[in-house]
Design a protein. Structure first.
Length: 111
């Protein structure tokens, strides 16, 4: 399977994952507005809620990374510039994934 086919499949999978998670996130965000601080802490102390939030953020980062790479491959013609920008996108994405993972572990272990 070629690299473009894998990217296409992964982008469709992340989009499919993001559909229900986006509805869940919007619903929970609206309900969090009226909650007190203690209720919000209680909400995020649930491993289920933290897990769904984590999966949503990771899927968003991967989906966005693939979308940006597609745009760069289509519209930036200089190979050096294209590779440099794709490297920056990869670094930013994986740094955010690392930070989100650390934050999620902190919430799970210390909440």
């Amino acid at each position: 399977m070629k690299n473009y086919t894998k990217k296409w499949i992964v982008q469709r999978i992340t989009a499919f994952i993001l559909i229900p998670l986006t509805f869940w996130f919007v619903y929970k965000s609206i309900s969090l507005i009226s909650m007190s601080y203690d209720q919000v802490i209680f909400f995020f102390s649930s491993i289920f809620n933290v897990f769904l939030f984590y999966i949503m953020i990771i899927a968003m980062l991967i989906h966005g990374k693939l979308g940006c790479e597609t745009i760069i491959e289509d519209y930036i013609y200089s190979r050096d510039s294209r590779n440099y920008i794709k490297l920056l996108i990869n670094i930013i994405t994986y740094v955010f994934i690392f930070l989100i993972t650390l934050s999620t572990l902190k919430i799970i272990l210390f909440a």
